[in-house]
Design a protein around this ligand. Structure first.
Ligand code: ADP
Length: 489
C-alpha cells in the first residue's frame, strides 16, 4: 500500500452530478486508485442534486466568510469513496445546471462560485480545515483552476498540485475587476499569474501554477500545444511541455458491461453476439425505426460544433441513400438540436432522435446499434467510442485527440494483421465523414469481418486499472519521499 492521500477537486462527479465526461472520470478514478492503495477524497460543490443524493453526511468545518456568506464543509461516504461537499446555499442552492441558470445563461457569479471551490481546496491542502491533509491536490478543469493558484500564492508549505484538462474549450474567463473579490493578491495580476487576455483566466491560472499538467489522451496533449487546438493557451502549454502528459480515460466496467447491463433486453458477450439482434430490435421499436436488413448507426452526444454534428446533418442524406439507419440521442437545447431534429424527421422509419438525457437509452444504443458515429472536430478523450468498443458497437471516429489513440482504423493493413477495431477518418469534413460511413457500411456487409472487428474491440482494455496506474506513477513522481519512507518502513 502506498498510503498516498489525494485531494481531488471538481465541479462534477458521477453519480452525484454530471453534464459530461468529466463527471465519469472524477467518479471512477478514486475507486481504481483505491485498489492501488491510494486514498482520494473528492471536493465538490453542494448543488441541490448533490445534497439530495448524499445520504449520511457529517459537518467537518464551518467557513464563516465563504465569498459572501457562511459555508459548511461536509464529509460523506459515496459507495466507498470519501467525498467532501461544500455546502454554501448563497453559491450553489439554485435551480438549473451546475454552470447555467434554467434559461441557459451562465450564472453571473460563476467566478465567485468556483473561486470558492478552489479556495476551500487550498485551505484543506494547507491544513487549515479539518485534520486531513493531502499529499497532492489534483484539480480538474477550469472550475478547479484556482485550486493550484491559491496555495502557490500563499506563504508556507503546500502540497504539489496537478491540473487535468478535460476540455480546453472551457476556460473560465472573468473580468479583471474581480481580483480582490476573488482573494487574489495584486502580484497574481501578471502574465506570470492569473492574467489572461486582460482578464482573469481560471484555466490559465491552473496551468500556470500547477506543478504538473495532464490531459486525457496523448494525442490531445500534443494537439493543445498547437494553435489549431490550443484555443489561445498553446503558448503557455508549450513552455510547460516537460510537465504535460496525456493519460487516456477508462470507463466504469461495472456500469458498462454488456453481459450484465440491466438496460439491455438481451445481455451478451464477445463469444456470442447473436443476442445483440434483440437489442437492435428493441432500440428500433423504441424509436420507431423500421425493421430491415440494414446497418444501424447511433450517436450519443452533445449536439454541438465540437462534436461535428453539423457535418453529420450534411452527411445524413447520403447515409440514408446507402440504406443505413441512424438513431441520435442528444439533448434538448444544444446548438444543433433543432437542425438535427428537423433533419431526422425527414426520413421517418430510417432516422430518429431522442433529445433528452437518457442513461438507459444510451446503454441500449451501445448494445443494439451496429456502429457509433463520433465525428468530433476535437475530442480530448471521448468516452462513447470506449463504450462502443466494449459493447461491440463499432466506433466510426474522427482521427483527433483520444479518438485517434483508442480506435484502430480498419485499413487493409490493420484488417490483415487482425488489429482493426473501428473506422477513423481525416480530415474532419463532410466528405471525410461520408467516406467513413460508406466504408463502415461496406465492412458491415461482410458479416464475418464485421464480427471480428466487434469481438476485437470488446477484448480491448478500456477499464481504469491500467490508467489508474499511470496516475499513480505521476503522483509518486511528485512525492518520491513518500515512496522512500515506505520502502524504509
Ligand atoms: P463530452 O464530455 O465532451 O460531452 P464524452 O464522450 O467524453 O463527451 O462524454 C459524454 C458522456 O455523456 C458519455 O458518458 C455519454 O454516454 C453521455 N451522454 C451524452 N449525451 C447523452 C444523453 N443524451 N443521454 C445520456 N447520456 C449522454
Amino acid at each position: 500500500m502506498s498510503g498516498l492521500r489525494i485531494l481531488a477537486v471538481a465541479s462534477e462527479m458521477f453519480p452525484l452530478i454530471k453534464t459530461g465526461g468529466l463527471a465519469d472520470v472524477v467518479g471512477a478514478l478514486p475507486r481504481a486508485l483505491a485498489a492501488l492503495g491510494i486514498e482520494v477524497r473528492t471536493l465538490v460543490p453542494g448543488y441541490p442534486a448533490v445534497l439530495s443524493r448524499l445520504g449520511q453526511a457529517h459537518a467537518l468545518a464551518t467557513l464563516d466568510d465563504l465569498f459572501g456568506d457562511r459555508g459548511e464543509l461536509l464529509t460523506a461516504d459515496l459507495d466507498g469513496t470519501q467525498i467532501l461537499v461544500l455546502e454554501a446555499p448563497h453559491l450553489y442552492d439554485r435551480p438549473g445546471g451546475p454552470y447555467q441558470a434554467p434559461g441557459g445563461h451562465d450564472w453571473p457569479d460563476n467566478a465567485r462560485r468556483f473561486a470558492a471551490l478552489g479556495w476551500v481546496a487550498s485551505e484543506i491542502a494547507r491544513g487549515r480545515l479539518g485534520d486531513w491533509r493531502p499529499d497532492i491536490v489534483h484539480a480538474h478543469d477550469w472550475q478547479a483552476g484556482l485550486a493550484p493558484a491559491y496555495p502557490a500564492l500563499a506563504s508556507g508549505p503546500r502540497p504539489p498540485t496537478i491540473l487535468t484538462i478535460h476540455n480546453i474549450a472551457f476556460q473560465g474567463q472573468f473580468g479583471a475587476h474581480l481580483l480582490p473579490e476573488l482573494r487574489l493578491p495584486p502580484q497574481a495580476w501578471s502574465v506570470n499569474g492569473v492574467e489572461y487576455y486582460g482578464g482573469i483566466g481560471f484555466l490559465k491560472a491552473g496551468l500556470y501554477y500547477a506543478d504538473r499538467i495532464t490531459t486525457v489522451s496523448p494525442t490531445y496533449a500534443r494537439e493543445i500545444q498547437t494553435s489549431a487546438y490550443g484555443m489561445g493557451l498553446e503558448g503557455l502549454l508549450r513552455t510547460r511541455a516537460a510537465d504535460l502528459t496525456g493519460i487516456v480515460n477508462g470507463i466504469d466496467e461495472t456500469v458498462w458491461n454488456p453481459a450484465t447491463d440491466p438496460h439491455l433486453p438481451a445481455p451478451y458477450t464477445a463469444d456470442d453476439l447473436a443476442p445483440r439482434a434483440r437489442n437492435k430490435a428493441a432500440l428500433r421499436a423504441q424509436l420507431g425505426l423500421e425493421e430491415t436488413d440494414s446497418p444501424l448507426f447511433c450517436v450519443v452526444s452533445r449536439l454541438t460544433w465540437q462534436k461535428g454534428m453539423d457535418l453529420l446533418i450534411e452527411a445524413l442524406p447520403d447515409l440514408v441513400a446507402q440504406g443505413a439507419q441512424l438513431a441520435v440521442l442528444g439533448s434538448d437545447r444544444d446548438e444543433y438540436t433543432n437542425a438535427m431534429t428537423g433533419a431526422l424527421e425527414r426520413y421517418p422509419g430510417r432516422t430518429a432522435g431522442a433529445m433528452r438525457l437518457d442513461e438507459p437509452l444510451s446503454h441500449l444504443m451501445q448494445g443494439g446499434a451496429d456502429a457509433i458515429l463520433v465525428p468530433s472536430r476535437f475530442e480530448p478523450c471521448g468516452l462513447t467510442q470506449l463504450y462502443g468498443l466494449r459493447y461491440g458497437c463499432v466506433p466510426v471516429v474522427a482521427r483527433v485527440g483520444g479518438l485517434a489513440d483508442t480506435v484502430v482504423d480498419a485499413n487493409d493493413a490493420a484488417l490483415g494483421d487482425g488489429v482493426a477495431t473501428g473506422v477513423q477518418f481525416a480530415p474532419v469534413t463532410v466528405e471525410g465523414l461520408r467516406d467513413a460511413i460508406a466504408r463502415a457500411i461496406e465492412l458491415w456487409r461482410d458479416r464475418a469481418t464485421w464480427a471480428a472487428i466487434q469481438r476485437r474491440g470488446m477484448s480491448r482494455d478500456v477499464g481504469w486499472r491500467a490508467r489508474a496506474k499511470q496516475y499513480a506513477a505521476l503522483y509518486h513522481s511528485l512525492v518520491p519521499e513518500r515512496g522512500r519512507l515506505e520502502h524504509a518502513a
